[in-house]
Design a protein around this ligand. Structure first.
Ligand code: BMA
Length: 835
């Protein structure tokens, strides 16, 4: 039992009940070795991680353990602890559960106090009468989430969903029951803190500051819900710096509003646009000078709206922050671990560091996961990382019956109130793909005339956002086409010309150059699969031989026809290797190329297209997926491709109207100007044609340059490349696919040098070498490298900085399995690397 606040400062006393827990199986197909045992348990935690810590199961993430451990998810489990309560004179004592996963019956000293059915809610129960001075017994019995969801799927009537379990029949993290990148654990447990909270006279329930700014004048309207006793005279005070506001409350008053008028505020900006000043806000509840309760948070002053005013191209979807349209360079975020309680602040920080490395400025918290943690949003506030949070509805129809409605309302109230103070949060989204799914995925006949969740997206959720978080934008779904203003027939929900769009035909059925045939206004999802890094692959799969289709590889590939799509997506560009390490490199590279092509194209369309959010930044376990960072936190080549394509300044060469253009993006506050040089070169470096043009790209502007026909037309496509350069930045266009080109063997010289925290590897090309990468994790699974996928023309060099421990054989850094290039994958070539 840990005391987290005491009487010196506050009349409220909170005791964390995180000690002395054990867990036992109650029913289900429990193995003899576990049946009847009391197993030490962690809170916060989960049944899988408890069994793992006790040495009773193998790591669920390895090999085929997902299947071997499937029994866990169909058992019921009981968690118990004894805690000491010494009594106090505060009069009110509540048990507060911040997160129970999911179907739980709570018993205190032999009395059932509640049953809960929603992982995403905070529950608070008055237990004063049940407590005894001395030892108290608390037990929480969790019913199998799978069996509950199965039962509810019949009670509610079948409602369409993706994947194998009816995750839409339970308010639990959807991907916990498996996803097309997710392990199916269906775990249970106490995933967030439990507190025994005693208070007298009054306590705060929720504090919701809305900060607005006009010029440099800030206003914070603080809405407060609280509980006070009927005979209590209490006072609320809010303060921000030297500005304070107070109000005396009537006995029993349960809500109040305070307004702070704050002169000379600095604005909060998204990263890349300015600083992120955060202001401490304190709210204190007092009675006769005694502090009863307090709340502390940080607010930022910024405005946000989404511009959806129809224009000649359709309907935009542009984030406008502090009256400035922002080009969104985003990534989708999923739970960073299938057991989310394991993700601590340091791990969030590491992952957000990786997003920053990739020049990402927005993370979208996807609706099949969780309402993310305060740590996640707090870090994003500090770093100017924009966020949007989906309400937790994904790829399914959802019941709107009274019980479900009440759960959704309670969950939304909790989480809107919790997250709304964060300035990084710039939008709430009602659902992932459900409005599109209703239209597109054959739900009509399956649903008949039953409700399917639209009432949440169009009515309940926007109403709650309006009530609890006024001023924050809301969209009913992603993708979504806003309502027409001209009274015409509604647009198709995934119409690229209207609002947000998701591109999944590319990858599922179409090749990646097809991205270039669309002119979207805003892309909420698009992506391409690739395997995890090599070290993650071999640490999680022990197949011998390890092949693309060996047993462990198939378990760690969840996408429908995933391997066939990987192959089909590759062979138009690169030959399919029959060596596993080459296969791994080819698929990793192709993933990176595909996403780079998409982002370069979307950015070339600005300001018609004002953003893209790549699917997906992270993984929740080691798996072949669309992620840029794998399930063990290692950067895949894709992360570097995203970093290149989301760079502040970018030149890409694009086919447009059967010609070529150079699209120059300048997402900085400084004008970018100079002589743009254009050269058509032979792969051996000989200049075949060239031209120079003065280019001026204003701050936050884009410029399109038509490439003259003599540069845009190759004499011999297999042997030529076009380069457009402005200052230090260049864009390249190869006239032929990799596999049709005459790239030839990579001719490289290398120099490896030891430096303080690792090595530098200088690579100089004698021939044209595409996509040079160092797969350093093969040598040291903690090693990282500062860049990958660098294309070198003859004479070019690059210095890679490797952060690592001391390697037994540093020259291995330039061995063909570590020093990679696209050239290596082409028929008839082999790496020619000279030391
Ligand atoms: C979209 C996402 C996820 C899914 C991804 C890849 O539908 O919203 O549901 O993982 O595509 O298929």
């Amino acid at each position: 039992m840990t005391i987290i606040s005491d009487t010196h400062s506050l009349s409220r006393l909170d005791l964390l009940l995180h000690h002395g827990w054990s867990v036992e199986a109650v029913s289900g197909p429990v193995p003899d070795s576990i049946s009847g045992r009391q197993i030490p348990a962690s809170v916060p935690g989960s049944i899988h991680t408890d069994l793992l810590a006790a040495g009773l199961i193998p790591d669920p993430y390895l090999d085929d353990n997902e299947r071997l451990l499937a029994w866990i998810g169909i058992c019921d489990w009981r968690y118990s602890t004894l805690f000491r309560w010494d009594g106090d004179d505060r009069g009110n004592t509540e048990l507060v559960f911040e997160g129970l996963d999911t179907i739980a019956t709570i018993n205190l000293n032999g009395a059932d106090i509640a049953s809960t059915v929603n992982m995403h809610r905070t529950y608070r129960f008055d237990v004063r009468e049940l407590l005894v001075v001395g030892a108290n017994t608390l037990t929480i019995t969790f019913e199998s989430a799978i069996r509950y969801a199965d039962r509810m799927s019949l009670d509610q009537g079948y409602l369409p969903h993706v994947n194998h379990h009816p995750y839409n029949a339970i308010r639990k993290m959807a991907c916990s029951m498996g996803w097309d990148w997710g392990i199916d654990t269906a775990t249970v447990g106490i995933w967030k803190p439990i507190t025994l909270s005693s208070w007298a006279t009054g306590r705060l329930d929720s504090v919701r500051p809305t900060a607005t700014v006009d010029g440099d004048h800030g206003t914070v309207v603080v809405a407060i819900d609280l509980r006070t006793e009927m005979d209590a005279a209490t006072r609320l005070t809010a303060s921000l710096g030297s500005v304070t506001a107070s109000v005396d409350l009537e006995p029993g008053q349960s809500s109040a509003e305070l307004t702070l008028s704050v002169p000379d505020v600095e604005r909060w900006w998204p990263r890349g646009h300015g600083d992120q000043p955060l202001y401490d806000l304190d709210v204190i509840l007092t009675s006769d000078e005694e502090r009863l309760d307090s709340w502390n948070g940080r607010v930022g002053f910024r405005s946000v709206r989404i511009d959806t005013e129809p224009d000649e191209h359709g309907t935009p979807f542009t984030f406008v922050i502090n009256d400035r349209p922002i080009v969104i360079r985003g990534a989708n975020w999923i739970p960073d671990d299938a057991f989310p309680h394991r993700v601590d602040r340091a791990r969030y920080a590491e992952r957000i560091d990786q997003a920053q490395f990739a020049n990402i400025n927005l993370l979208r918290v996807w609706g099949g996961g969780i309402y993310e943690s305060d740590d996640f949003f707090g870090l994003c506030d500090e770093r100017g990382m924009l966020t949007w949070q989906d309400f937790l509805f994904a790829c399914a129809a959802y019941s709107e019956d009274d019980d479900s409605w009440a759960e959704v309302e309670a969950e939304a109230r909790d989480n809107i109130s919790r997250l709304m103070p964060h300035p990084s949060l710039v939008m709430w989204n009602g659902s992932n793909e459900n409005i599109w799914g209703r239209e597109e995925w054959g739900w009509g006949p399956r649903l008949g005339d039953r409700d399917w969740g639209l009432g949440y997206y169009l009515d309940l959720l926007p109403r709650l956002v309006g009530e609890l978080d006024p001023g924050r934008p809301y969209t009913p779904s992603s993708p979504f086409s806003p309502d027409r203003t001209d009274g015409g027939e509604a647009y198709y929900p995934n119409d690229p010309a209207h609002g947000s769009t998701h591109f999944w035909e590319t990858w599922n059925r179409q090749d990646y150059p097809v991205y270039r045939s669309y002119t979207p206004r805003f892309v909420g999802e698009f992506g391409w699969q690739g395997p995890p890094t090599w070290s993650t692959l071999v640490q999680s799969i022990s197949d011998s031989p390890l092949t693309p289709e060996s047993p462990g590889m198939l378990v760690h590939q969840k996408a429908q026809d995933g391997n066939v799509k990987l192959i089909d997506g590759l062979v138009a560009h690169l030959p399919l290797p029959d060596d596993m390490e080459d296969w791994h490199w080819a698929m990793s590279l192709n993933q990176a190329i595909a996403v780079g092509v998409a982002i370069d194209h979307f950015r070339s369309l600005a300001p018609v297209c004002m953003g893209s959010i790549v699917w997906q930044l992270n993984d929740c376990w080691p798996v072949t997926s669309w992620a840029a960072v794998d399930g063990y936190g290692r950067a895949k080549p894709l992360l570097y491709a995203i970093a290149h394509s989301y760079a502040d300044r970018l030149i890409s060469i694009q086919p447009r109207d059967s010609a070529l253009i150079a699209a120059i993006s300048n997402d900085t506050d400084e004008q970018w100007s100079g002589e743009a040089t254009m050269r058509r070169l032979d792969l051996d470096g000989q200049v075949l044609a060239s031209a120079t043009i003065s280019a001026t790209v204003g701050a936050r502007q884009s410029l399109v340059i038509d490439i003259p026909v003599e540069l845009a037309t190759a004499g011999n496509a297999a042997r030529e490349v076009l380069e457009v350069r402005l200052g230090e930045i260049r864009g390249l266009w190869f006239f032929a696919e990799y596999r049709d080109s005459e790239l030839g063997a990579a001719q490289l010289t290398t120099l490896v040098e030891r430096v303080a925290d690792g090595y530098t590897v200088e690579v100089t090309a004698q021939s044209t070498v595409r996509d040079v990468a160092l797969l350093v994790d093969k040598l040291d699974d903690h090693a990282t490298v500062d860049d990958q996928l660098v294309t070198l023309l003859p004479g070019d060099s690059v210095v890679f900085r490797v952060t690592s421990g001391e390697l037994a054989d540093p020259q291995a850094l330039v061995s063909p399995r570590v020093l990679r290039s696209a050239n290596q994958l082409l028929a008839g070539t082999s790496a020619a690397v000279a030391g």
